[in-house]
Design a protein around this ligand. Structure first.
Ligand SMILES: [Zn+2]
Length: 60
């Protein structure tokens, strides 16, 4: 499990997300605009929060 901050790969899109999940699942996530998301910061190990993949939109 990882807990990361993601931003949209499209520089015109300002969406920011927080995600929990397996690294391979998190890396496959896409933005609502259809672009890929890139991991911008590792927020630490989330092993104490066993839950399915979760994507939380922080900003539009
Ligand atoms: Zn986007």
């Amino acid at each position: 499990m990882v807990h990361v901050l993601l931003s949209c790969h499209d520089s015109r899109c300002t969406s920011v997300y927080e995600a929990y999940g397996a690294l391979e699942d998190v890396a496959a996530l896409a933005c609502e605009c259809g672009c890929a998301l890139q991991i911008v910061r590792d927020l630490g190990d989330a092993r104490d929060a066993p839950r399915p993949l979760e994507l939380i939109r922080l900003a539009a």
